[in-house]
Design a protein around this ligand. Sequence first.
Ligand code: SF4
Ligand code: SF4
Length: 321
Amino acid sequence: MEEAYVNAKGHIYDIQGYAVHDGPGIRTTVYTKGCPLRCLWCHSPESQEFGFQLSWLDVKCIGAEACEDACIKACPEGALTRGGPVKRTGTEETVIRPEIDRAKCTGCLKCTEVCIPKALYVAGWETDVDTVYARLMKDAVFFEGEGGVTVSGGEAMSQFDFTLNLCRRLKDSGIHICLDTTGFAPTERFAGILPWIDLFLYDIKHMDSYRHEKLTGVPNTLILDNARYIASHGGALQVRFPVIPKLNDSPENIAATADFCAELGDAVKLVQLLPYHQAGRVKYPRLGWTYRLKNVAPPSDAFMEKALEVFKARGLPCQIH
Ligand code: SF4
Ligand code: SF4
């Protein structure tokens, strides 16, 4: 605890104040960029790549005619061209939109510099511990009581130096820290950061490793091992189980997830069942990506209540969130 922090650099893509879903109380959440997982339902696709990503927001684009092809002319790679006329979202106006050939795009970001309405913008920026700390402390008034800071992602443990040192810096100021993690990082990193984390927000997505890999791109063994490590070394866990119809909502998987949470014992302060939603779907076209679960509907309230009973039956503190 007494070790000095280092002003490590990191890549983040957002800081959001007044967050009430990222741990207890009112919190400010820092979102780090880059994640080793590729969950099919990811609601923050802009978080996934470790590098900066060119994004395009259709509602802000006034059209290539109106801005005299500013972005198209600025692109040294010929990756931007005029597309066909389309109706501007939310208006009756017809505009010519730029089309991005992402195979040609080198990510130089010159187009973002000339786009006055900021329809073309960058997801993510480089920063450092001191800069983020200064920003977070502007919200310090909200951190009294249960609140504090949540470090999220992406996967914050992938930028370990930045995350560890930011948490050290915050803890030196007596701030409550949650780490929102996929659990997919070397166990030594969890051992290293454990003293500075008050509560791990920890996702369990599927108990079958083969299915887990199909849904997220990685097996679950390291994730489960790290949860056991945290639980057996004095850490506190708030387990989060996203319930995705037909993908991880079988009775067997719900029971296995509840069994695993029970195995972790008193370290589990709360289990949250998160009903699947499509809130992140609109972000995919901004990145030129396709949302693959568009035909999956959210689970019913009755289904979620039934699933919750499975956790209650094992004596676990739990809720639908
Ligand atoms: S992306 Fe920006 S610069 Fe390009 S046409 Fe749209 S508003 Fe104009
Ligand atoms: S980031 Fe650079 S290469 Fe890519 S579209 Fe914009 S100007 Fe062209």
